[in-house]
Design a protein around this ligand. Structure first.
Ligand code: SF4
Length: 413
């Protein structure tokens, strides 16, 4: 589960056998050609900031503890990697993800945006999102981000109940989260997303409803709802055992998810992706690229990129990333050239996350595949089981299908 909305791992990463490991390539090999940049829609840029003030007990992200000197060296590497992508093409979204990007000073953010603008053609109306944790989001800092060019703030709140935040090892309180939201509004942010988590230890349906009500009262433009995922070695597992804390049964978690969507839809939010709702016109432009066959380039340790039928990812470890870039060596750890079949599969797999579903004839035209010939048997079984609906144009998950999305997605694995 993504407490801060990290860069989604593209499904193609699973198809390791189809790829090749690029190893230590020259940094110049990461340069994106002008002709390649001219194909497809505008790019998104993802910048990974792998530092946090404290490590939460459930986190499985690519992050480490913040240190001023490491940050300084990391920002030099990041700028250098972005610079290597000169002639990078038009960009209409930039996303600072982590980790905790709000550990950066506004001047750091301004410099990175400027660097993106030197290497790419940054649309003046680009959506520039920065993930922030309430404990680092002071009024002064938020004003600095706004004037640095950040247009959208994604606040990692997770819960508006202090007991739940404490169990998760979060550094903020509910009051601090509300204060951060209000500071963001005062700083001029008119596009704010709040991340919440459900299925938390000891959380009841009523507790979850209370958190949702606080969110609705704050009236952000966007919200992301995630189910807590307990990875095998999460320290939270031990905390739960020690504290005798339990998660609600699966069927109650499903009820919480569906109840949240109903509540948010009544409050004026449209459910547009499995984990995301938005007010009209406020869907996240950057994240939509991940789900609608878009193209993006990621910079920083562990960042993924997808464009022009290629997918690549950087080394995850921060020191290795910095060392490679400092030595003029590409930080790319793995690159994969996707077959047409894989591209069509990924488009369907990710597109089904969208509430509007996938435009099947468009996928067929783009990739020259017959979707119903290729996957018809399994898709028909899902339609008959009430998990998918097909209106001959779009294929989409039903309400029941959203609860069992990972099972439906197995069709494309
Ligand atoms: S703030 Fe917590 S959950 Fe978010 S990336 Fe850092 S350690 Fe992980």
């Amino acid at each position: 589960m993504a407490p801060l909305a990290a860069q989604p791992v593209p499904p193609g990463v699973r198809a390791v056998s189809a790829g090749r490991t690029s190893g230590a390539e020259p940094l110049a090999s990461a340069i994106i050609s002008e002709s390649a940049a001219a194909s497809g829609g505008p790019l998104g840029i993802y910048l990974h900031i792998p530092f946090c003030e404290a490590i939460c007990n459930y986190c499985n992200f690519n992050r480490g503890l913040f240190r001023t000197d490491t940050k300084r060296r990391y920002l030099i590497a990041l700028a250098r990697e972005i610079e290597s992508a000169r002639a990078g093409g038009p960009v209409d979204s930039v996303f600072f993800g982590g980790g905790t990007p709000s550990v950066l000073d506004p001047g750091d953010v301004r410099a990175l945006i400027a660097r993106c603008g030197s290497s790419f053609t940054l649309d003046p109306g680009a959506e520039v999102t920065l993930e922030a944790n309430p404990e680092t989001a002071s009024r002064e800092r938020l004003e600095g981000y706004r004037s640095a060019g950040v247009t959208r703030l994604s606040l990692g709140v997770q819960s508006f109940r202090d007991a739940e935040l404490r169990r998760l090892g979060r550094a903020h309180t509910a009051a601090r989260a509300i204060e951060a939201f209000e500071s963001a509004r005062s700083a001029g942010f008119d596009d704010i997303s709040i991340d919440l988590m459900t299925w938390l230890p000891e959380q009841t349906v009523e507790h979850w409803a209370e958190t949702l009500d606080v969110l609705i009262g704050l009236d952000p433009e966007h919200a992301s709802l995630y189910l807590l995922e307990l990875y095998p070695n999460a320290p939270l597992r031990e905390d739960m055992a020690r504290g005798g804390w339990a998660q609600a049964p699966d069927d109650v978690a499903a009820e919480m998810y569906l109840a949240a969507l109903d509540r948010l839809e009544t409050a004026g939010y449209a459910h547009y992706e499995i984990s995301n709702v938005a007010k009209p016109g406020r869907r996240c432009r950057h994240n939509l690229k991940y789900w609608s066959d878009g193209a993006w380039v990621g910079f920083g340790c562990g960042a993924h990129s997808t464009r022009d039928g290629r997918r690549w990812r950087n080394v995850s470890e921060t020191e290795s990333y910095m060392a490679r870039v400092a030595d003029g060596v590409s930080p790319v750890a793995h690159e994969q050239v996707l077959s047409v079949d894989e591209r069509a599969t990924d488009t369907l797999f990710l597109g089904l996350r969208l509430t509007e579903g996938v435009d099947v004839p468009a996928v067929e035209r783009r990739y020259g595949v017959n979707v119903w010939e290729r996957w018809g048997g399994e898709l028909t079984r899902c339609v008959e089981a009430g998990l998918l609906e097909d209106d001959s144009e779009r294929l989409r998950l039903t309400r029941k299908g959203r609860l069992l999305a990972s099972e439906v997605m197995q069709v494309f694995v």
